[in-house]
Design a protein around this ligand. Sequence first.
Ligand SMILES: [Zn+2]
Length: 146
Amino acid sequence: MKETEGFKEAHERMHPGRITAQGFLGTDARPLPDIVARDEAEFRRLGLAFETVAAELRRLRDEGRRGLGEPISVGGAVVTVGDARGLLPCPWDDGAFHKDSVTVERDGTRVVYSDLSIHMLEKHHFCQGEGSAFRLDPGALKRVVG
Ligand SMILES: [Zn+2]
C-alpha cells in the first residue's frame, strides 16, 4: 500500500504528546498503511465488518451509560462508561470526539475505547498500534462483540 500524504500527517499526530500523552501507536513501529492493511485482513479473516463493529461499540456505550459510571451487565458483557470531559481531535483532522472511556469485558477479554476510537475504526479502519492501551484488537473485538 502506498503511503499517502494524509497518512503521513496522521501518523505524525499519533505520536505521544501530540493529541494524547500516550499517543495511538503503542510500541508499533510499522508504517501506518501497514498497520491498517493488517487489521483489515484480520477483520476479513474473522468475518467482521468495520461498520457493524462500530455500531455495536456505540450500542454498548449507550447501554453502559445507564450505569452512571458503575459497571453494569449488558447482554452477557460488563460495561463501564467513564465521564471524562473534553474532546480529542482525530489524527486525520476530520473532527473532534468525546473522551468518554468505555470498558467492555466479556469472558475474560477486555476492550477499552472512546468515541474517537470508534470513529477511527469506522472511518479509517485504524484499530491503533500494537501495545496501545486503547488498541481495538480484531481478535478481542470478535470475542467481545462478534
Ligand atoms: Zn478521522
